[in-house]
Design a protein around this ligand. Structure first.
Ligand SMILES: Cc1cc2nc3c(=O)[nH]c(=O)nc-3n(C[C@H](O)[C@H](O)[C@H](O)COP(=O)(O)OP(=O)(O)OC[C@H]3O[C@@H](n4cnc5c(N)ncnc54)[C@H](O)[C@@H]3O)c2cc1C
Length: 386
């Protein structure tokens, strides 16, 4: 094996990538602008993706999961995001929730919920954030109190992707004292008594998926719906996010690559001062930098994915580094692609402004990029801090 093979995809990975690229090109890209404009959440198309194995990419296969790894998942989300980052990102959230049940659920929970989640007949959302607990998620206040064979939940979850449509909600709630150790994880079905939803938020991007508050008012669920042990919820939520961050980074790569491709095509067509834009060296250098930075982000992200698969001790830090770098790079590449399109880049029909709007939120969610720096520096300086 040559050293170069370390950086090349193998035959299986190329086949997975091609399958997702074909799906994205045929089933997502042609409709992405319309979904964005109409704020349409394409559940039927996501189910088609699930039928190809994209509903539980790294869930074990005895419950219908695809049993692949994190690098395979990154390839898939990158490819899907080249058609629409918002749709790809929601499929990622569903995958994250599914993995949490696969990894921490009992055998009975796995068998009960996962087969229908793999086909996306049951769609899942992830509920950590609260109105007064975002970055400081361990300060969450939603309470879960045991009453006989049930838990009764009270609280509000803010900014929940898929809320109102999703069938299942993985809710982090407090069963014990303050801090991370007092949090447990629950599976709350949409139709449980006491569950309701806020209005669909009006937002800058990610319009092809709804964002709502999830309101829990004496929401009653069977005690058997606790995922993992009591007090383990925060750890489960954070472990889910390691993979979620890779996936979001991959969504940024896919969206940004699509914007760069559009810019390169446009430079060959658009004329100014009697030349194609492609003949101006300032713009040649700009696309050279865009490609270079995108490839650097991709290499970092793929390496982080391999670390998470190998469960290395520093995988969390690598996932944070990859998320920070891929989402910052993705946004800046997409924004430069818009600039290359001039005024037309600002028009919806060209499809670039949508990518810019969609990628902006990747710098905020699944842990802001400031929180990524906190995770990285804490690990880097551990032992050296007072
Ligand atoms: C469209 C959308 C979809 C989302 N989907 C989900 C979802 O499905 N499930 C879910 O649970 N959450 C979801 N979120 C929530 C998202 O994860 C939070 O918005 C994010 O974690 C930041 O929390 P916050 O908005 O409360 O900001 P805050 O925590 O209030 O932060 C405000 C600013 O302060 C900075 N900051 C905070 N603490 C520090 C610090 N220690 N050092 C330096 N800077 C700091 C932050 O980086 C940020 O810039 C979603 C958000 C959006 C916008």
């Amino acid at each position: 094996m040559s050293q170069l093979d370390l950086f090349e995809l193998n035959e299986d990975q190329r086949a997975i990538q091609e399958m997702a690229q074909d799906f994205s090109r045929d089933k997502i890209a042609p409709f992405a602008l319309e979904w964005d404009e109409k704020e349409h959440f394409p559940v039927d198309v996501m189910r088609e993706a699930a039928a190809l194995g994209m509903g539980g990419i790294y869930v074990r296969d005895d419950v219908g999961g695809t049993g692949l790894g994190r690098l395979d998942a990154a390839l898939i989300f990158e490819a899907l995001a080249s058609g629409c980052p918002a749709v790809s990102a929601f499929i990622s959230i569903h995958n994250m929730a599914s993995w949490m049940i696969d990894r921490f659920g009992t055998e009975a929970q796995r068998q009960k919920w996962l087969p229908s989640m793999m086909t996306m007949d049951l769609i899942a959302s992830y509920c950590l954030t609260e109105p007064s607990a975002g970055s400081d998620a361990a300060a969450l206040k939603t309470k879960a109190v045991r009453e006989g064979d049930d838990f009764v939940l009270n609280g509000t979850k803010q900014f929940i992707s898929g809320a109102g449509t999703s069938d299942l909600y993985l809710v982090m709630a407090r069963t014990g004292g303050d801090g991370a150790g007092g949090v447990s994880c629950f599976l709350v079905p949409k139709d449980a008594p006491g569950v309701s939803f806020g209005a669909n938020e009006k937002k800058m991007g990610w319009k092809a998926q709804p964002t709502r508050t999830v309101i829990l008012e004496d929401a009653r669920i069977p005690a058997e719906n606790m995922i993992g042990e009591e007090g383990q919820g925060f750890k489960i939520a954070m472990m889910g996010l390691d993979g979620g961050r890779l996936n979001i980074g991959a969504c940024s790569l896919g969206g940004a690559q699509a914007a760069l491709d559009k810019a390169v095509t446009y430079m060959g067509e658009r004329k100014a001062f009697g030349k194609n834009l492609a003949q101006f060296q300032a713009l040649q250098f700009k696309v050279a930098d865009m490609l270079t930075e995108l490839e650097a982000a991709r290499t970092l992200l793929y390496k982080a994915a391999c670390k998470l698969d190998a469960k290395t001790h520093d995988a969390t830090r690598w996932c944070a580094m990859a998320k920070r770098f891929a989402t910052d790079t993705g946004f800046s590449v997409a924004n430069e692609a818009l600039q290359i399109h001039g005024g037309y880049g600002y028009l919806a029909d060209y499809g670039v402004e949508k990518i810019v709007r969609d990628l902006r939120v990747h710098q905020i969610l699944e842990g802001t990029n400031e929180i990524m720096r906190l995770i990285i520096s804490r690990d880097l300086l551990k032992g050296g801090q007072a």
